[in-house]
Write a protein that binds this ligand. Structure first.
Ligand SMILES: Cc1cc2nc3c(=O)[nH]c(=O)nc-3n(C[C@H](O)[C@H](O)[C@H](O)COP(=O)(O)O)c2cc1C
Length: 177
């Protein structure tokens, strides 16, 4: 495998949700490039129903944080990207694919992130209104991005490969840390 592919797999395996960030700005061109990467996410019938809102303004981040339930740390993250999708048949899948691309692109830039729930949450409509997004679009997620200030990165347990295959076509294999 070429070097770039190996690095890509490391990025996938090493991404973790981080909820505490340094008070350090993230360059605008990096955020722009991260969103540009999201454009390449797959969508059903290639409809690309998404719109992204970048929130760096502190007062606005605080308002969004207060409106959410498990997203209070949005207030202290330098950047929050809200992902919206037009109400198409596969909007949740499409928006989730874009969200995942953003998490991975952020990690590739050495940044940390966390997916905060949007669709299905009672606050989704309130966030849409706060951000002046038309009612034709649903909130999929809010993604915090910044430089981690967590000294020890929590390692949420991941199920081993052998437990997630129906049935395992492979022999015993050590998971790659
Ligand atoms: C659909 C979805 C919604 C999530 N919502 C929240 C949230 O509201 N607040 C939060 O702190 N983390 C949220 N997370 C992050 C998960 O808690 C996290 O991905 C999970 O614990 C696994 O940890 P990891 O991302 O470090 O692998 C969400 C993740 C997904 C996929």
């Amino acid at each position: 495998m070429d070097k770039i592919s190996i690095e890509t797999l490391k990025v996938l395996r090493r991404r973790r949700s981080i909820r505490r960030y340094q008070k350090k700005e993230v360059p605008a061109e990096i955020i722009q490039d991260i969103i540009d990467c999201a454009r390449y996410a797959p969508t059903a019938r290639n409809v690309q129903p998404w719109r992204f809102v970048v929130i760096t303004d502190e007062a606005l981040r605080r308002k969004i944080a207060e409106t959410s339930d498990h997203g209070k740390f949005i207030a202290d993250a330098p950047v929050c990207i809200a992902v919206f999708c037009e109400d198409t048949k596969y909007y949740i899948e499409d928006g989730s694919a874009a969200t995942t691309y953003i998490l991975i692109a952020a990690k590739a830039y050495g940044l940390s992130s966390c997916w905060v729930a949007g669709d299905k949450k009672p606050y989704a409509e309130d966030i849409r209104k706060i951000l002046n997004v038309p009612s034709s679009h649903n909130l999929i997620s809010m993604i915090t991005i910044g430089y981690s200030s967590e000294e020890t990165t929590s390692e949420p347990p991941k199920k081993p490969l052998k437990d997630i295959l129906f049935p395992s076509p492979f022999g015993e294999r050590q998971d790659i840390p």
